[in-house]
Design a binder for this molecule. Structure first.
Ligand code: PBG
Length: 324
């Protein structure tokens, strides 16, 4: 046979580890990761979340200790979720300057000032019904909810949050928050918008973790998982409203959406590898079906390759400790 066949020998560039390392296109470092944490008031001890092996609800009174450990491990940023014992029908504890949301931000910043604290800005963990805003009739009222989101964002900013991350999927939430922040002297505080948040079954373990079970569903405000074009509209609109960073959530099942937004917008793009994605990997590894560390690498690498600049992931501590 002639020497010229095959004409393309792609394997030349895979011949050794050094060659593969030289030519690797993407990597992940702890600098790209945000670690979501759950902080519960009136709790004495760290409480394991059974559906998320390795993740604990942190007692508010031990938050300093936990934050110091997280910072010492090399984590650069956390996203805070409160597990509230003071729920009401509007979620008002979230804009109480002495409420859980404000207290946990202050405590985290006091414990490790260099650790970035991003405040998840929503109501589902603070409302008695579990919806992401105020109910009027049988619907979450958009415009009333964004007024409350604006109040919550200012309280978070006053408590020392480094970034505001609105996740309730209300229309106009970025505008409302931006103008409230600007009007209260926080013009320099960035907004990372959960711009394409799907009504996903992959949030299952989170609902237990954050203690925010709800009757019904969020389909009237979160996006239909079957839609991709609509995610581009959501991203365009959040960008026009002044979002500094866009987000796609969940991550792995929506890599196509990530790629499309990456090609369309010049803003930094975040992806949230959610609780169900975490649980699937953990439980499959526990069952001996997959190699956890390799699958975590591959999944985070794929999310970067698809277009994410930053990744919210419950694996952040594992990566910080073991490397990528
Ligand atoms: C609050 C919120 C949720 C998640 C992040 N912020 C739950 C939801 O929308 O039901 C999910 C995170 C995860 O599953 O890891 N709105």
């Amino acid at each position: 046979m002639a020497n010229s066949f095959p004409t393309m020998r792609l394997r030349r560039l895979r011949c050794s580890q050094v060659m593969r390392d030289l030519l690797q296109e993407h990597t992940v470092s702890v600098n790209d990761l945000i670690y979501p944490i759950f902080v519960e008031e009136e709790l004495d001890d760290f409480a394991p979340i059974e559906s998320m092996p390795g993740i604990f609800r942190i007692p508010e009174r031990k938050l300093d200790m936990a934050i110091k450990e997280i910072a010492a491990a090399g984590i650069k940023a956390v996203m805070t979720f409160g597990v509230s014992h003071h729920k009401d029908d509007t979620g008002s504890d979230a804009w109480n300057p002495n409420g859980l949301l404000a207290r946990m931000i202050k405590r985290a910043k006091d414990a490790a000032p260099e650790l970035m604290v991003i405040s998840d800005t929503c109501f589902c963990e603070y409302t008695s019904h579990g919806h992401c805003g105020v109910i009027h009739g049988n619907d979450v009222h958009n415009d009333h909810t964004i007024e409350n989101l604006a109040k919550q964002a200012v309280v978070a900013a006053e408590a020392g949050a480094d970034m505001i991350a609105p996740s309730s999927m209300m229309d106009g939430q970025v505008t409302a928050i931006r103008s409230a922040l600007d009007g209260n002297g926080f013009g320099g505080l960035p907004i990372m918008a959960y711009s394409s948040k799907f009504a996903s079954a992959f949030y299952g373990p989170f609902r237990v973790a954050a203690g925010c079970d709800l009757d019904g569903d969020r389909k009237a405000y979160q996006m239909n998982p079957m839609n991709g074009r609509e995610a581009l509209r959501e991203s365009d609109s959040d960008e026009a409203e002044g979002a500094d960073i866009l987000m796609v959530k969940p991550a792995m099942p929506y890599l196509d959406v990530l790629t499309q937004i990456r090609q369309r917008s010049l803003l930094p793009l975040a992806a949230y590898q959610v609780s169900g994605e975490y649980a699937m990997i953990k439980f499959a590894a526990q069952a001996g079906a997959i190699d956890e560390h390799r699958v975590v690498r591959e999944s985070l690498g794929a999310i970067k390759r698809a277009g994410a600049d930053l990744i919210l992931t419950y694996f952040a501590m594992d990566i910080a400790r073991q490397g990528f």
